[in-house]
Design a protein around this ligand. Structure first.
Ligand code: 3NM
Ligand code: MG
Length: 532
């Protein structure tokens, strides 16, 4: 009988892996506990079993899953799917081609395809796949993904999701997904227009767990809270009504920085460590410059902000760990990819970091933002950008913010700040800023200080329930406040009689950061706001 396709909820997709079962746990026990915990679809994956054993496992799986109304798919083997009466199959790129599989299976069979790149996605759409497994998102020990191009990561998955826009094909991400990185996966895996995943697939997080029910429950809880949040291109912000409102909020945030004195944890480069720490102190924050991977778990537990500035590209292990831990603890991360366009190593490192964790704010000059956005309009010379920037900076920051799902700050003569919808331009500042080293790095520091204070404030509000976002509270205003604080302080420092040039400017700048008041921000800010 030809029937309609079964409805499949892809939210928490379990791929089996009997070889990973912990000692003392049987396959059927694990499966049943996982179903109780909220697994919504099961794929039976047997890489070494003989046909007879595979069929018997498939039948046992179907019998148990039927009781929970959960569909069962078979990895690769059409014969097993037909003989067991499974709901469909899942094929990899080197398995039975989709078109052949369609011919052999009943019309209501579900067929899923593994995709590692946009060519795979296009072929799967053309072939009429029901859903796609996108991955590997992260490295994993469960499957050999060492071939080049086999780990598209978050950024490659964003590109694949953009191809799926406008189709009804469902998708799950797979590969190294754990409860600790799930929020980052769900947040990051989205096209610029907000086409996201329908679920996530795991093997070891459930199969290797001594408590598969709890493992499944945790995944299901995070997935459902994520789905209950309206899908916005960037989910950090609620726009304010006017330029005046942003200035007022910036002034209020300065007060907050001084009251809360957020810990501002900075992994930054050797050139600027002292002056960045001093800028943080001057503003009212509490700096800690800690880069060792081993200390990141402890530091991430303390509320505040994190700055990752990869200036001299050292401490990458610490940067990876710090960002992951910050995401887990919902702390804001300001990422300053200094000189990212200058070398292939820097470009690769930026991609590696952004695949490992979700930045809250990415800040850079025109060359850096151009390199992160993969635009070729602006040349760079070492870590400095050459020329005045982009023809249409507002579009550049807005587009990158949507793609990276974070706030983007483009620094320059005029600074542009965007969350993907709103673009704010700040025209405060002084030419002396570009005559000292590390003023860009100080901007990262001031922004991280304000973001840290804003997230501490938001965490204190018990009424706020936004489990789907990686950071509580609005992060666009603190980004604006950080830009205003440094640029206004620079104007005031440069106006001092005692400042004769870059040498005397730097200490005056630190002084002015410490003397800055909410009133000064309100009376000096020069900003405009454009919302799409
Ligand atoms: N397929 P874990 S990665 C079965 O990239 C599988 O297509 C992948 O296992 C792909 O959740 C993978 O234990 C293994 O990392 C996922
Ligand atoms: Mg396969």
């Amino acid at each position: 009988t030809s029937q309609a396709k079964p409805h499949v909820d892809y939210s928490v997709y379990l791929v089996t892996g009997r070889e990973l079962l912990p000692r003392g746990k049987t396959y059927t026990e694990c499966l049943e506990e996982a179903l109780k915990g909220g697994v919504t679809v099961v794929q039976v994956r047997e890489k070494t079993a003989e046909t007879g054993e595979f069929l018997s496992i498939a039948r046992q799986t179907i019998e148990i899953c039927r009781r929970y109304n959960v569909p069962v798919l078979i990895n690769d083997r059409i014969d097993i799917a037909l003989a067991s009466g499974a709901d469909g199959i899942h094929v990899g790129q080197t398995d039975m081609p989709l078109a052949e599989a369609r011919k052999l299976l009943p019309p209501n069979a579900i067929i899923g395809v593994s995709c590692n790149n946009i060519e795979h996605v296009k072929a799967a759409i053309a072939g009429g796949a029901d859903y796609l497994g996108l991955g590997s998102i992260f490295p994993t020990n469960t499957k050999d993904v060492t071939e080049p191009g086999r780990i598209p990561g978050i950024s490659g998955t964003q590109d694949m999701l953009a191809v799926l826009e406008g189709t009804t094909i469902q998708s799950v991400a797979i590969g190294g997904i754990k409860i600790d990185n799930l929020a980052r996966v769900l947040h990051g895996c989205s096209s610029p227009n907000g086409h996201g995943l329908d679920g996530i697939a795991v093997v070891s997080e459930i199969m290797a767990s001594p408590e598969p029910r709890i493992a499944a429950e945790r995944l299901a809880k995070t997935c459902s809270s994520w789905k209950s949040v309206p899908r916005r291109p960037v989910s950090f912000t609620t726009p304010l009504s006017s330029a005046v409102a942003y200035v007022r909020r910036s002034a209020e945030l300065l007060e907050l920085v001084r009251t809360l004195s957020p810990l501002v944890h900075q992994i930054t480069n050797n050139v600027v460590k002292t002056q960045s720490a001093n800028a943080t102190l001057a503003l009212g924050g509490s700096p800690i410059m800690a880069a060792a991977a081993e200390e990141q778990v402890d530091l991430a537990r303390i509320p505040g902000g994190l700055l990752i500035n990869f200036g001299t590209v050292e401490d990458v292990g610490g940067m990876l760990a710090a960002g992951r831990e910050a995401n887990k603890n919902r702390k804001p991360i300001v990422f300053d990819p200094v000189g990212v366009g200058a070398t292939a190593h820097r470009r690769a490192t930026a991609t590696r970091l952004l695949d490992a964790w979700q930045a809250t704010v990415i800040k850079g000059n025109a060359a850096e933002i151009g390199a992160v956005a993969k635009l070729e309009e602006v040349a760079s010379k070492g870590v400095d950008s050459v020329g005045s920037g982009f023809k249409d900076p507002a579009t550049v920051v807005r587009t990158l913010a949507r793609k990276q799902r974070c706030i983007v700050i483009l620094s320059g003569h005029i600074d542009y700040i965007s969350d993907g919808d709103t673009v704010i331009q700040v025209s405060n500042g002084h030419p002396l800023l570009s005559q000292i080293t590390g003023s860009g790095c100080m901007l990262g520091t001031t922004v991280a200080t304000f973001c840290g204070a804003a997230s501490m404030e938001a965490e204190k509000e018990p009424s706020e329930t936004d489990p789907g976002t990686l950071v509580k509270g609005d992060m666009l205003s603190p980004a604006v406040a950080g830009v205003l604080a440094l640029t206004i302080a620079s104007e005031r420092a440069a106006a001092r009689d005692t400042v004769l040039g870059p040498g005397s400017f730097l200490p005056a700048l630190i002084d002015e950061l410490s003397l800055l008041t909410p009133d000064t921000i309100e009376s000096s800010a020069k900003i405009t706001v454009n919302t799409l």
